[in-house]
Design a protein around this ligand. Structure first.
Ligand SMILES: C[S@@+](CC[C@H](N)C(=O)[O-])C[C@H]1O[C@@H](n2cnc3c(N)ncnc32)[C@H](O)[C@@H]1O
Length: 204
């Protein structure tokens, strides 16, 4: 087998997770439990990892684009789309945030379980590191995302962004508001060591 894997299940779906790809965790599951998608919606899953959110989206709609920087994540997400019978419903693009999208493309819903934790220099040196490390204040990727996402949304589009209290939920809500969104917390889950995962929805 070319990539050492671990298999996990969510709902009635199963996912193989390669060694150098983010293994779905509490944040992925909180996200997945709060994903409400209707047929016909176009969905962009940024930082797709093993593809868990893209596959869930593709079970409901046939216009899904999954993006990740990590080449192994691309292979892994494609395998999982195949395993779960939705490979013809997802387009896979390897790249940095919105950088590989066709000019002018816009979505009804953009999902991002981002790298949102504060990190020390060098911690983003591996693919697993890049899946969680957000720089000194944890906001390196999140802040870029917030300033760029509006250009990729349809007029009544929505954003779902995972965040942690370790990174500043208020800052994120303010950042969305400065870009013209109305943003609020849709779900939370407390973790040990004084951290709460927070799923934020932002509407155009
Ligand atoms: C926390 S993991 C989430 C994976 C998956 N969506 C989940 O919920 O289990 C974050 C993912 O974002 C990807 N990533 C990090 N920075 C990125 C960037 N600038 N552009 C695209 N993907 C990025 C990482 O490679 C990783 O797969």
């Amino acid at each position: 087998m070319p990539y050492p894997t671990k298999r996990l299940t969510f709902s009635d779906l199963c996912f193989d997770v390669y060694e150098d790809v983010y293994e779905p965790a509490e944040d992925s599951f909180l996200f997945a439990e709060n994903l409400h998608i209707e047929a016909g919606m176009s969905v962009l899953d940024l930082g797709t990892g093993c593809g868990i959110l893209a596959v869930l989206a593709a079970k409901k709609t046939d216009v899904v684009v999954a993006v990740d920087l990590n080449p192994s994540a691309m292979r892994c997400a494609k395998e999982n789309a195949h395993l779960n019978g939705v490979c013809d419903r997802i387009a896979f693009l390897r790249g940095d945030l919105f950088g590989t999208l066709r000019a002018g493309v816009r979505f009804d819903l953009v999902l991002f379980n981002a790298p949102y934790l504060p990190s020390d220099a060098g911690e983003e040196a591996t693919w697993i590191g890049r899946s969680w490390a957000g720089g000194a204040d944890g906001r390196l990727v999140v802040d870029r995302f917030i300033t760029e996402v509006l250009a990729y949304l349809k007029p009544a589009g929505r954003v779902l962004l995972m965040q942690s209290t370790l990174t500043g939920v208020e800052k994120t809500l303010r950042g969305f508001s400065q870009q013209g969104f109305s943003a609020y917390v849709v779900a939370e889950r407390s973790l040990p060591f004084f951290e709460t995962l927070t799923l934020i929805e932002a509407n155009v």
